[in-house]
Design a protein around this ligand. Sequence first.
Ligand code: TXA
Ligand code: MG
Length: 339
Amino acid sequence: METRRYTTKQIEQAAADLKAGKLVAFPTETVYGLGADATNPEAVKQVYAAKGRPSDNPLIVHVAKISTVEHYAAGVSQQFKRLVDAFWPGSLTIILPLKHAAFDTVVTGGLKTAAFRMPNNAATLALIEAAGVPLVGPSANTSGKPSPTLADHVLHDLNGKIAGVIDDGPTGVGLESTVIDLSVATPVILRPGVVTQEAIERVIGPIRTNQHRVSATEIPKAPGMKYKHYAPNAQVYIVPSATDFKAAISWASQQNVPFGLMAVDQVLTQQSAVRFKDQFSLGNSVTSASQHLFEGLRYFDLNPEIKIILVQGFEKLGVGLAYMNRLEKAAGQQYFTSK
Ligand code: TXA
Ligand code: MG
């Protein structure tokens, strides 16, 4: 029998903490979120402080009922209703125009829109209901580090800065939600996720994908690091496909620093273990690789000896597009090429 890691009492305590303006990390099916009362600007400010997040990067508002969205948004469209029927609760975040002053600017980054999502996690839906307010919820990591897929990851980054974390074990999806902007004439995907453009188009017809807008709101740390995000301490190199690993390992061996591999089992078993320091399995498919990408990047941070990580790339199709979007950021766009 599956054991639940959290108790009803913990949910009640977490709801009380949130109502008191404290921060509580919550599980979702994508990654763990850093929760605060979306209607309490002082609480929301602490979210930015705890993460070290630039304050102009707006937050997702997590809800347990559609009526909460209707309360804040300036009229919901047919498109919204169709998407909600098809994908909520689930990994699709929907940006809508807001009623005047619906949220403090600290939530929206001063925009006239907000992002809404109903996560597919029973504990968190119960938590939102018990708190009686919508919750902001950026990924519960230090800004710039891989998003958390285990409660341990949350505590590693935020212990001492939060009232608690509701532990519901490993998240299922492993990559953050798809973000779609419905506040514009032609809906546009701002961040790819497991809910793909094709799946959305089957429900509402043609849309666009813009992969750069979300990262454009992120402030570069240094020249040349414009796209760096989710970054572990070691240098990440993307190995474009399984067949490139042999050459990549041979190249990494010549760098005279300990290096690690992240790939599917089939690739790992083909390599002779003497040449690299450590390895992390991405399972056996692009789906399992997506589930474990952030966990693997964090795994290598536990071993400061490792200076290079070679990570398997996948085709930018379906969930592969979301996986590669995160991996390219972790790698600062760095690919291994044999030429
Ligand atoms: O799966 C997820 O979405 C997770 C879990 C915890 O729900 N949350 C998450 O939040 O990934 P965060 O803050 O790490 O990412 C939210 C993204 C950011 O890239 C932000 O710029 C964008 O959504 N965003 C939020 N509100 C927006 C708005 N009004 N217009 C455009 N982009 C917005
Ligand atoms: Mg994040």
